[in-house]
Design a protein around this ligand. Structure first.
Ligand code: CTP
Length: 130
């Protein structure tokens, strides 16, 4: 089974690792769409701390990950799933229900987020020097 997931994976942390580990366990080939810097700027109004090249290189080096590509548009998920022949789409449950319309081409699985860790929380912690 080919599994696909998407994310920014900025300041790679334990929550990211656990998501990728559980995604891989659902199949045998894990493909990760790493969002581009431009897509992040468009959606969040700021650039990630690490560049898209750095974020993709880190994700690609994780042993659970078999393949990576750049996600250039949030609206192109259907195209990416078809292009990569994915059987299962995995998303964190912060997206619960949002991709149910893709169930006609693949299985859609929402995994629970790892509590108490996020890129935003890490940035805030460093800024406050706590
Ligand atoms: N993720 C997770 N558990 C966390 C944080 C993230 O399972 N504690 C998952 C997300 O649900 C997503 C993937 O990891 O499927 C990539 O998440 P991303 O948005 O890049 O990371 P966040 O840490 O959530 O970033 P931010 O704080 O900027 O929203």
């Amino acid at each position: 089974m080919r599994v696909i997931t998407f994310g920014t994976f900025d300041l790679f942390h334990y929550g990211h690792l656990r998501l990728l580990e559980r995604a891989k366990a659902l199949g045998d080939h894990l493909i990760v769409g790493v969002s581009t810097d431009a897509l992040n700027f468009e959606k969040k109004g700021r650039y990630p701390v690490y560049s898209q090249e750095e974020r993709r290189a880190i994700v690609a080096a994780i042993r659970h990950v078999d393949e990576t590509f750049y996600e250039e548009s949030l609206e192109k998920k259907r195209d990416y799933i078809l292009e990569h022949k994915a059987d299962i789409l995995v998303m964190g449950d912060d997206w619960k229900g949002k991709f149910d319309d893709l169930a006609d081409i693949c299985r859609v699985v929402y995994l629970p987020r790892t509590p108490s860790v996020s890129t935003t929380a890490i940035i805030e912690k460093i800024v406050k020097k706590q």
